[in-house]
Each structure stands twice: as C-alpha cells, then as structure tokens.
Write a protein of this length. Structure first.
Length: 135
C-alpha cells in the first residue's frame, strides 16, 4: 500500500465515523480567523470538512477552517466520538492543499490571517507573563 492509498483510506474511515456534530469546531481557537466559520455554524463546518475527507469539494467555510488549523489539538478531546479530530484536520489539509495530486482548494499564499493565528496559538502555550513580553 502506498502512502497516498493509506491517506485516502484513513480519510474515508474517519469520515465514516464522524457524525459532524461540530464539537471540534466549537472547541477550536482558530474559528474566528477563518472566514464565515462562526456564521455557518459548527455542524455545517464539520460536515464540510468530512466532505473533503470523502473526496468532495467541501464548503468555503470548511476550507477556511481547514486552512486556519494550527494543529493545537484542542479539537481532539472535544470529540464525543473519541476521534482524533486533529488528525482528521491534518488529512483534510493535505487533501485540500493538493498534496495527493488533487487540485488544490486552499491557496496557501493568500493567508492574510497568518500572524493573528500564530499569536492565538501562542496564547495556548505561553504563560501570561510570556504573553506580555512576546505578544
């Protein structure tokens, strides 16, 4: 089995187990940096991410959320199904960025929210004193 076959297989397996409840989206600290995610609702965004894992086009909101992911891992413990939501998002990123030979659906160079996302991620790991000094 090739790596691409493995990624496609894991994508399909996890998409089949995901109920698209949106708990991962609700827990994510990056949702406010992804266009349209908050307005769309967590379940809609999660369903769009699941669609990407199933070889579908996804929704603009789901693609924005997938692109905003900084791999904080906060989404994984939020999943009521016990799925590794962070891994699902990583697979979705590979797929949406065209890493498997598919046409890219996320334009990497157009990330205007890169700096705010880095700061948001840093807030998850730095103490208040470190934040005051570095952010």
């Amino acid at each position: 089995m090739t790596l691409i076959e493995h990624i496609r297989g894991e994508s399909a397996r996890l998409a089949a187990l995901c109920t698209a409840c949106g708990a991962c989206v609700e827990a994510c600290p990056m949702t406010r940096y992804a266009a349209g995610v908050e307005a769309a609702g967590p379940g809609v965004v999660a369903a769009g991410m699941r669609d990407v894992l199933r070889d579908g086009p996804g929704t603009p909101e789901a693609l924005a959320w997938i692109g905003a992911c900084t791999r904080s891992g906060v989404c994984t413990p939020a999943c009521p199904e016990g799925l590794d939501a962070a891994f699902m998002l990583r697979l979705a990123q590979w797929r949406a960025k065209g890493a498997l030979g598919e046409p890219p659906r996320i334009r990497v160079k157009e990330d205007t929210q890169y700096s705010p996302k880095v700061k948001a991620f840093a807030r998850l790991t730095l103490t208040e004193e470190e934040q005051a000094k570095w952010l």
